[in-house]
Ligand binder design. Structure first.
Ligand code: GLN
Length: 493
């Protein structure tokens, strides 16, 4: 039996085609591993046992008939619980959606169903994707597979933990300010936030629509490129989604990066992302990574992104503004479980109060209140409008820098995974976890978090590559050759 450890999308497909195993065998092995280990890790909120086995068996039947299968057929994937799969629960880890069953498939789920991927289950997250540790889930804790006393990061903590603990071959998360990249860094896996508009948001329970993107969490950079390519593309149900300009070339570069082109890249190092207070191990790890990448022939250049220091404040105005508007629909009438309380509600307002009062957790309430405030008349201009202007300045910083360099390297987080409970008392220290990831969302740029592979002991640390818009091939191509140099075993059979 093939060990589930280090089983990548690529290796799964090769093994399946060579008949080393069947899809049903692997799906079954994952389901057993989940029931054995997930009590401790807590990566999943619900398991799709029947559906997963049925699809895996169907893939095996196709193979037995000699039909051709694609690279995703039978691949066991975990899906964050804010992404809709028809007929399965989608709670976004909120009490208000506890009993909600999705009535349609998200755009990316339709694509993956066509590819015949197997959905193992829905993963834990911070409520409505608000948080950096998965501690804001209304239902359970998720633990970091590298150290059970530590958080897996968030908000896609369940997805990152599932991949890191070999409870799925790959997973999907969503990233509004770092929710794919931060948990990927904490759990030692690869997380990609695509260019804004590259992936459809149809069927993603919205947090902040101008920032949200769905993306892959995988064991290798190569898998990241494969999964990203499977979910990207225009969707009539998301007006902001676009086909990537020059798709054919793009796909070739993405799936088969050319080392000669990668060697020609110039990478920017922004001083603003390496402050005095940066954790020592994180700093050293990035230094080592720079040396390795230099040895590939890639050049580095110091750059400046002067408005970085406003990014966090800007995000914490724009994001809650959009949250307050997106979450208004959960009122117990249009969407969400209606709560009547001990005393039945006597009027409409009372229904709203009780439903929203009991259905939302503290972090969701905090952001709804903040967002409503910054959008209110009299404050709109001084907060929301100002933040939009600052967002433009941050975007301009990147545009200017990316005229000089092809991509930018930074840390993903100010330090490694923190202890459970360490930051729950003070929301501000929690918000600081995303200081290096938020700017790419504000600017709409693609960014990937890759584990520092030279670091073999202790907690995982990630480095981030931010690319030009629609240039995922640059950051993933560089990541691919970096991994081939530092962790060739990932690509060996
Ligand atoms: N941790 C950030 C926040 O709390 C980002 C969340 C996300 O990307 N969904 O808003």
């Amino acid at each position: 039996m093939t060990p589930l450890k280090n089983l990548t999308i690529k290796k799964f497909n090769e093994g399946l085609v060579k008949k080393d195993f069947s899809a049903a065998e692997i799906a079954d092995a994952f389901l057993r591993e989940i029931s054995r280990k997930d009590g401790e890790i807590g990566a999943y909120l619900s398991i799709n046992e029947e559906g997963a086995l049925r699809e895996a068996e169907a893939v095996d039947a196709s193979l037995a008939k000699g039909e051709k299968i694609g690279p995703f057929a039978g691949v066991p994937i975990a899906i964050k619980d804010n992404i809709l799969i028809k007929g399965l629960r989608a709670t976004a880890a909120s009490k208000i959606l506890e009993n909600y069953t999705a009535s349609y498939d998200a755009g990316i789920i339709k694509k993956l169903k066509n590819e015949r991927a197997v959905f193992l289950g829905k993963t834990n997250m911070d409520e409505f994707a608000m948080g950096s540790s998965t501690e804001n889930s209304a239902f359970k804790m998720t633990k970091n597979p590298h150290d059970n006393e530590r958080v897996p990061g968030g908000s896609s903590g369940g997805s990152a933990a599932a991949v890191a603990a070999d409870l799925a071959v790959a997973a999907l998360g969503s990233d509004t300010g770092g929710s794919i990249r931060e948990p990927a860094a904490f759990c030692g896996v690869v997380g990609l936030k695509p260019t804004y508009g590259a992936v459809s948001r149809s069927g993603l329970i919205a947090m902040a629509s101008s920032l949200d993107q769905i993306g892959p969490i995988t064991k290798t950079v190569q898998d990241s490129a494969l999964l990203f390519n499977a979910i990207r593309g225009q969707d009539a149900l998301d007006a902001t989604s676009t086909e990537i300009p020059g798709s054919e070339n793009y796909i070739r570069e993405l799936l088969d990066p050319d080392l000669k082109k990668i060697k020609d890249l110039v990478i920017g190092i922004p001083g603003e992302y390496f402050p005095e207070e940066l954790d020592e191990t994180t700093k050293k790890s990035i230094d080592v990574t720079i040396k390795t990448v230099q040895s590939l022939g890639v050049k580095f250049k110091k750059i400046s992104l002067p408005n970085t220091r406003y990014a966090l404040s800007c995000y914490y105005i724009i994001m809650p503004a959009e949250v307050s508007s997106n979450l208004a629909r959960f009122d117990g009438i249009r969407y969400g479980r209606k709560t009547e309380g001990v005393q039945p509600a006597t009027n409409l307002k009372d229904i709203y109060f009780k439903t929203r009062g009991e259905g939302f957790g503290n972090e969701a309430k905090r952001r709804i209140i903040l967002g409503t405030f910054v959008l209110s008349s009299g404050y709109y201009d001084s907060y929301y409008k100002k933040a939009q202007q600052v967002r433009r300045l941050i975007k301009n910083d990147f545009e200017n820098a990316l005229k000089e360099v092809d991509a930018i390297m930074t840390p993903v987080t100010p330090g490694p995974a923190f202890k459970i409970g360490e930051k729950t008392e003070d929301p501000l220290t929690m918000y600081l976890s995303d200081i290096f990831t938020i700017p790419a969302n504000l600017a709409g740029l693609p960014a990937v978090s890759i584990p520092v592979r030279e670091k073999k002991e202790g907690l995982p640390i990630g480095f981030q590559l931010i690319g030009k818009a629609w240039r995922e091939p640059d950051i993933l191509g560089l990541g691919f050759y970096y991994e081939k140099t530092t962790a060739p075993e990932l690509y060996e059979n």
